[in-house]
Design a protein around this ligand. Structure first.
Ligand code: HEM
Length: 475
């Protein structure tokens, strides 16, 4: 109901401000624009898109249906904007690979507002390079090594509680785990009440990212903006404490602040707003994505007992060989089959389904003319499920990664200059969790439903994947 009201308001606004945008691009036949439909005047196919978002097949259903109808490149019109979806590896290469200056990263306005103007996720070319250079300091080899140790400890702690509980919802605990690990790495947060408050606010912000931008109390967007204010205030207080010397930790925040005083080698330094917006961005970009991926992994392994058995055998070997009280970074390199399970999960789940880029001038993509201002979406999920690239793409077959995938055919973390900055962190979290899970428990998914959450930014199981666990020594 809220969705419909929003669409009507939006249509009204467009009629008032821009009454002459109804010309269909189909008029210009000579240009060979991509096949597809511009939908109804003004609203285009927005209602169908919103319907898919609010459905339990997930928003990708909108893309999948049109892909089946028109092929691997099609055009649509949503929220007053022409979008082209394309699932070809050569196009992925030319759009993402060199991060061509003819295309710019594009996110919807509400996401930009919630993450902040300085967030690297939404920033323009030049500004992005500056932010990325500074933020990538979080992912040095040393900080990754201490992250592994801490993440392992947290995982063991949480899995221990499962023995008592017996029935757990994987997504809930995966959210807790990824949130705490990332917050500890960035700013050494440990205090239980503070963590709970912050996790709740971050959840409200994430939930608001795809809501309609209505700023009335009670709307999701409004609640998200309020939560952002609280998070920013809490982070500002933290920075003030560090600057006064009341808190001194060896973490990323401290690194950014001390660079503030002494290290001028990197050129211009990040200011407070840039630090704040990007801490929020890192938590949001890292938490739900990794928690969803972990949840899908548990679900796929439940369905494929033969893969689970093979994996357990190998991880047990690894456990005895390394007599592991904690997992060392080198041990992760030995987990080759587990790495393939992680990759196959990421292929099948494709947590970020497509990557939007705005066209900055008229151009040609393949046989099609593309106009300035259109949004080109590299359809990663379409590529991951293309049977000319992956045999039996709907089957969960980790050994398909015995060979490296062809270039630009595995896009779980994107590609090129905007490749996921937390890629190694995410892989480490998935591997450590997998190792501890299969060497401690067997499990059964108790609700076999595969529906995905409505209105979710990333595809995730609606039921969160409830399981019953059985300690290995009892089975
Ligand atoms: C399984 C987990 C994850 C998946 C599937 C994932 C996927 C992606 C993808 C596909 C992109 C590129 C989007 C585009 O090109 O439009 C991206 C960007 C990004 N990710 Fe991740 N991500 C994951 C975990 C993480 C983690 C753990 C962090 C950090 C804590 C993180 C931080 C970022 C950042 C900062 C960017 C923006 C990079 C830039 O614009 O330069 N991600 N992620």
């Amino acid at each position: 109901m809220g969705a419909i009201t929003w669409v009507l308001l939006w249509v009204f606004k467009r009629i008032c401000t821009n009454a002459c945008t109804t010309t269909s691009h189909d008029d210009s036949k000579c240009c060979r624009i991509p096949p597809g439909s511009s939908g109804f005047p003004l609203v285009g196919e927005t209602l169908a898109f919103v319907r898919a978002y609010s459905g339990t097949n997930g928003v990708y259903d909108f893309v999948r249906k049109r892909h089946l109808k028109y092929g691997d490149c099609f055009r649509t019109n949503i929220f007053g904007q022409t979008h082209v979806f394309i699932s070809r590896t050569n196009v992925a290469k030319s759009l993402l690979g060199s991060e061509s200056i003819d295309f710019s990263k594009r996110y919807i306005k509400s996401i930009g507002e919630l993450l902040g103007k300085q967030s690297m996720l939404c920033s323009s070319h030049e500004h992005h390079a500056f932010l990325r250079r500074h933020i990538s300091n979080l992912f040095t080899f040393d900080s990754l090594a201490s992250f592994i140790e801490h993440f392992d400890e947290l995982t063991v702690q949480i899995l221990k509680q499962w023995e008592r509980k017996k029935h757990v919802v994987v997504f809930d605990d995966a959210m807790k785990l990824t949130f705490r690990a990332i917050c500890k790495m960035i700013m050494s947060l440990n205090e239980e009440e503070e963590l709970k408050r912050l996790q709740h606010d971050i959840f409200l912000i994430t939930e608001a990212m795809l809501s309609f931008p209505l700023r009335f109390p009670g709307t999701r967007f409004y609640e998200g903006l309020q939560a952002r204010k609280r998070v920013m205030n809490a982070l500002r207080e933290k920075i003030a404490l560090r600057r006064k010397g009341f808190e001194n930790k060896r973490d990323f925040l401290q690194f950014l602040l001390s660079a503030d005083q002494s290290d001028k080698r990197n050129g211009e330094l990040l200011n407070d707003e840039q630090i704040l917006d990007n801490i929020l961005t890192l938590i949001i970009a890292g938490q739900v994505t990794t928690a969803s991926a972990i949840t899908w992994m548990v679900k796929y392994l439940d369905k494929h007992a033969e893969v689970q058995d093979k994996l357990r055998e190998m991880q047990m070997d690894c456990k005895y060989k390394n007599s592991d009280s904690t997992i060392a970074p080198g041990t992760l390199n030995e987990m080759q089959y587990a790495s393939k399970v992680v990759k196959e999960t990421l292929r099948m789940a494709t947590i970020v389904s497509w990557f939007p880029r705005e066209t900055l001038k008229d151009c040609q993509i393949g046989e099609y003319q593309i106009k300035k201002g259109w949004i080109i979406n590299v359809d990663a999920r379409g590529i991951h499920y293309d049977s000319t690239i992956y045999n039996d793409p709907t089957k969960f077959i980790p050994s398909r990664f015995d060979e490296d995938p062809k270039s630009y055919s595995f896009l779980a973390f994107g590609a090129g200059g905007r490749t996921c900055l937390g890629m190694n962190l995410a892989k480490v979290m998935m591997l450590v969790f997998l190792h501890r899970l299969v060497t401690t428990y067997r499990w059964k998914v108790t609700d076999k439903d595969w529906s995905v959450e409505k209105w979710a930014m990333f595809p995730r199981l609606r039921n969160g994947c409830p399981i019953t666990v059985y300690p290995l020594q009892d089975t």
